[in-house]
Design a protein around this ligand. Structure first.
Ligand SMILES: Nc1nc2c(ncn2[C@@H]2O[C@H](COP(=O)(O)OP(=O)(O)OP(=O)(O)O)[C@@H](O)[C@H]2O)c(=O)[nH]1
Ligand SMILES: [Mg+2]
Length: 321
């Protein structure tokens, strides 16, 4: 725990102070109890940002795209928060560590904040701290928050739920790659990255065909997912992507399904915290009881479910919540 109480960081977070933002996200990441009230206060101030999930295969060009898109949005006068989840080249304090991706004009810009996070081995899905971090950036007043996740399994499903707009990034030449097979399942916008490569146009055509068939299957009222070629080298298509993202956000206001998905996401979040609370409680409260019980399960005197139930009641017995 640092010297400054988390609650005292909140006014500074609301002023978009990078130091306070970094501090509070770190505390959320380490699941510090001390920061819970501060995060609750942050939550009340959040809700204004447009949250955009950027997901896709490893090495597909997501971070490069995020950097270029952030640059473009800054030139357009908008503030940008960036979170990279489990990245191979981490962002930190506005810059990306290592020189693989250059943030260019962004590194000294107070209107952009970039940060990397680990999901901490959560089995499947984004760690609750990721959602807390999104709230911190949201409350700090960043107009757009770009969240980069590697598109594998539950993470990408989670980010789809947490985001208003989801962008799937595929590099050229996917053939019958899993990502291509899944095209149209998750995303609101499909980007073909590395558009400067000769094989990019072919991938754009293939994806358009694939997504077109999907519209035919789902019915005409289903909106066709835009497929946009971008290049982080030449800057091609970044403006089109920014426009598509804005357009998608505008469409949500009249999308009743979106409100339903929002509620489902909040419910999932509540249940995740509940699991976390119970897990903490169990790990603190089992006092050797678990060891004895495992002996009994091994000897088939009891069933693992019975043990689980006893553990939970033991952990909560005599303890006020
Ligand atoms: N030719 C070309 N190469 C690109 C482009 N964008 C990214 N690359 C290269 O592709 C590689 C991966 O780029 P990243 O932006 O790190 O990709 P990523 O999807 O964030 O990668 P992970 O986070 O590791 O999954 C790097 O070597 C980039 O230089 C592009 O627009 N054109
Ligand atoms: Mg990356």
């Amino acid at each position: 725990m640092g010297l400054v109480a988390s609650m005292d960081l909140v006014p500074r977070v609301l002023q978009r102070d990078p130091w306070a933002i970094a501090r509070l996200i770190s505390r959320a990441e380490s699941r510090s109890q001390e920061c819970r009230d501060a995060l609750a206060e942050v939550y009340r101030h959040a809700g204004g940002a447009h949250i955009v999930g950027i997901t896709g295969v490893p090495g597909g060009g997501k971070s490069s795209l995020v950097a270029r898109l952030a640059e473009y949005l800054r030139k357009d006068g908008r503030t940008v928060g960036i979170l990279a989840i489990d990245p191979s080249s981490p962002f930190s304090g506005g810059a990306i560590l290592g020189d693989r991706i250059r943030m260019g004009s962004l590194s000294d810009d107070a209107g952009v904040y970039a940060r990397s996070m680990a999901t901490r081995g959560e089995q499947g899905g984004l760690a609750p701290a990721t959602l807390d971090a999104i709230d911190v950036l949201d409350a700090a007043g960043f107009a757009i928050i770009l969240v980069e996740t590697v598109g594998v399994g539950q993470d990408e499903v989670d980010i789809v739920q947490a985001a208003h707009t989801t962008v799937v990034v595929s590099p050229p030449g996917l053939g019958d790659d899993v990502q291509a097979i899944k095209a149209g399942l998750l995303e609101n916008i499909h980007v073909v990255s590395k558009g400067d490569r000769a094989d990019a146009q072919r991938t754009v055509t293939d994806l358009r065909t694939m997504l077109g068939i999907e519209v035919q299957l789902k019915g005409k009222e289903h909106r066709r997912t835009p497929v946009i070629a971008t290049s982080s080298v030449t800057g091609e298509g970044i403006d089109l992507l920014a426009r598509a993202i804005d357009e998608h956000r505008r469409g949500l206001d009249s999308d009743s399904g979106f409100q339903v998905r929002r509620r489902a996401m909040i419910e999932r979040r509540v249940l995740k915290y509940a699991q976390e609370i119970v897990r903490d409680r169990l790990s603190r409260g089992s006092n050797g009881l678990l060891g004895q019980m495992i002996d009994r399960v091994t000897a088939r005197q009891t069933h693992p479910y019975e043990v689980a139930r006893s553990l939970v009641s033991a952990a909560y017995r005599n303890e006020p919540s």
